[in-house]
Design a protein around this ligand. Structure first.
Ligand code: PCA
Length: 234
């Protein structure tokens, strides 16, 4: 059994979308939860590629598992590296519909939310650590404006809300923003800070990606990301 002192890490990935048969991000979430990690307790969740469903399901998973760390994964087919995302923006603007057939363009995710939210993970250290292991990795500025960005924006809003809930009268302005911005997404939590961010992974060979972006290599990269985040906490 897992000793209680190990942090709990929620890893989310997505179902396939855009006509593809697989999505490596969902496979990674499943695989990591199944195989585990020596430094933490991993919970995996595979989310639908849905603007309306994914944020609520993320909030429910956070409520259910009360993780210390949340790593959201998604596929960025045209990238050639593992890319921790720095910023989520308050915008839904996609060339294609999501898996529910919802096609959003020029739309704010949260009309009263902040323009952007920054990752609460050490993105530079994560990219360096993965690259040092010989796996292509670099920080990406923006998670785009499709469902991955929407999930990242919502997840960071949940984290801000928890800070607000835990800080009481001294709550920061970030917490106040989040209360307006992410209202209804997550129930009151413990108030413990949540380290949360998003990492895009490149396409695997099955999807036409570079032959060395195998699922095994991506798994190795995400394991290094987890170790880096845990080491940075110490
Ligand atoms: N990638 C898409 C959505 C789901 C996924 O895996 C994105 O980058 O927004």
């Amino acid at each position: 059994m897992t000793p209680p002192t190990l942090p709990t890490v929620l890893v989310t990935g997505f179902e396939p979308f855009g006509g593809a048969a697989v999505n490596p991000s969902g496979e990674l979430a499943r695989r990591l939860a199944e195989l585990g990690h020596p430094d933490c307790h991993i919970v995996g969740e595979v989310l639908p590629v849905s603007f309306t469903q994914a944020p609520g399901l993320l909030a429910a998973a956070i409520d259910a598992h009360d993780p210390d760390i949340v790593i959201m994964l998604g596929l960025a087919e045209n990238r050639r590296a593992i890319t921790p995302e720095r910023i989520a923006i308050n915008l839904a603007d996609a060339p294609v519909a999501d898996n529910d057939g919802l096609h959003l363009t020029d739309a704010p995710l949260e009309p009263h939310g902040p323009a952007a939210r920054f990752a609460l993970l050490p993105v530079t250290q994560i990219a360096h650590a993965i690259a040092n292991a010989g796996i292509p990795a670099e920080v990406s500025l923006s998670a785009g404006s499709y469902v991955c960005n929407a999930l990242m924006y919502a997840g960071l809003g949940i984290a801000e809300q928890r800070v607000g809930a835990g800080a009481g009268a001294g709550s920061s302005s970030r917490g106040a923003d989040a209360r307006a911005g992410a209202a209804g997404l997550a129930g009151p939590a413990s108030g413990a800070p949540l380290q949360i961010g998003f990492i895009h992974v490149p396409a695997t060979p099955q999807l036409g990606g570079d032959p060395h972006n195998t699922l095994d290599e991506l798994e190795r990269g995400i394991r290094i990301a987890i170790t880096t985040i845990i080491d940075e906490r110490a």
